[in-house]
Structures are given as C-alpha cells and as structure tokens.
Design a protein around this ligand. Structure first.
Ligand SMILES: CC(C)(COP(=O)(O)OP(=O)(O)OC[C@H]1O[C@@H](n2cnc3c(N)ncnc32)[C@H](O)[C@@H]1OP(=O)(O)O)[C@@H](O)C(=O)NCCC(=O)NCCS
Length: 157
C-alpha cells in the first residue's frame, strides 16, 4: 500500500477523530459503556492537544484518506505512545510499522525511552510492539476502568 506520513493538520482533525472513535468503539475487549467514554474523551483530547508542544500527531494517508494514526506525548522525560491505529481495511500492510518508524524519529529527538501501554488481550498490538523492538516491562493490574494493561518500553539510547 502506498502511504504518505505527515503531521496531522487541523483541516484533517475530524477525519482523524473519526478513525480513533470508530477504532475504540470496535474493540471487543472492553464493555460498550467504557468504549463510548474512551472514544468521546480521546477524540476530544486530540482537539485539545493538537497544538501542544508536548504532543505529536502523525497520520498515514493513502489516496488522500487517513488510514493510520499515531499520537504520543512527553511526560517526565519519557515519550509515551497514546494511540497507534490503522483503519480496518488497511491492516496488515505495514501502516502501523511505518507510523512507528516515524514516531520513533520524533521520540529520539526528545527522549531516551519510548513507552506504550496495551490491554492484556490486545494481541495485534502486543505483536506489533514486539516486532518493532519494544520489550514488556510491567503488568499493571488495576489500570483505567480496572483493566489489565501491559507496559512496553523501547530504549532509544
Ligand atoms: C495494532 C494495529 C495498530 C496494527 O496495525 P497494522 O497496520 O495492521 O500493523 P502492521 O501491518 O504494521 O503489522 C506489523 C506487525 O504487527 C503484528 N500484527 C499486526 N496485526 C496483527 C494481528 N491481527 N495479529 C497478530 N499480529 C499482528 C505482526 O507481527 C505484523 O507483522 P506481519 O504482518 O509481518 O506479521 C491495528 O491492528 C489496530 O489499529 N488495532 C486497533 C487499535 C489498537 O489496538 N491500537 C493499539 C493500542 S494503542
């Protein structure tokens, strides 16, 4: 798939928010009530943080349409991935890997360490993190909504 990765522009915010919302609502491992809450809050967070210096938003486009999204932020000298998402139709064609590669370039300018957390049952994302060089460092047993989450880290220096 031919994709172009760029920073999210304000004009594309709605399309990116829709991809994020649809993806969260589509999860089969959280109750619907929690998914609705997360979809609403995380889409609103994108709008709020778009111009923040602490945040990075990357999109992957194919034929002008957003097919992937990477969002991350700096907190206490660590670069945290918030979301990495590929639209259903575009999965397993390297979109997330390409976004991760570009995200890592941004992370290297700011931090020695890149972290991501992922629901224990999210096999696709865990496989992606393993494949892109992250290592599992912790299991958090009472994360948001009491979820079991793995924390992954990639040391950058
Ligand atoms: C996780 C996700 C971002 C992967 O996106 P993608 O663009 O399909 O990933 P890639 O094509 O770059 O795949 C890279 C590797 O990840 C792993 N992988 C991706 N999807 C997988 C799946 N469904 N099952 C097992 N491994 C998977 C594989 O190792 C794959 O390499 P391969 O295709 O050579 O075997 C995508 O499935 C998604 O958007 N899921 C919903 C959102 C989400 O859970 N995000 C992560 C939480 S922040």
């Amino acid at each position: 798939m031919g994709i172009v990765i760029s920073r999210l522009q304000k004009k594309d915010l709605r399309e990116a928010q829709k991809l994020l919302r649809d993806t969260i609502l589509d999860f089969d491992f959280f109750p619907l009530r929690e998914r609705r809450e997360d979809a609403r809050d995380d889409a609103a967070g994108m709008a709020k943080n778009l111009s923040s210096r602490d945040w990075d938003f990357l999109v992957a486009k194919s034929d002008g349409r957003i097919v992937g999204l990477f969002t991350a932020y700096m907190r206490k000298s660590t670069y945290w991935i918030d979301w990495i998402v590929t639209s259903r139709e575009a999965r397993r064609s390297g979109v997330a890997t390409a976004l991760m590669r570009e995200g890592e370039k941004l992370a290297r300018r700011k931090s020695r360490s890149m972290m991501g957390d992922v629901a224990k049952r999210n096999r696709a994302s865990i496989a992606l993190l393993n494949k892109t060089g992250f290592r599992k460092v912790a299991l958090y047993k009472d994360y948001v909504h009491g979820r079991y989450e793995y924390f992954f880290e990639k040391k950058l220096r």
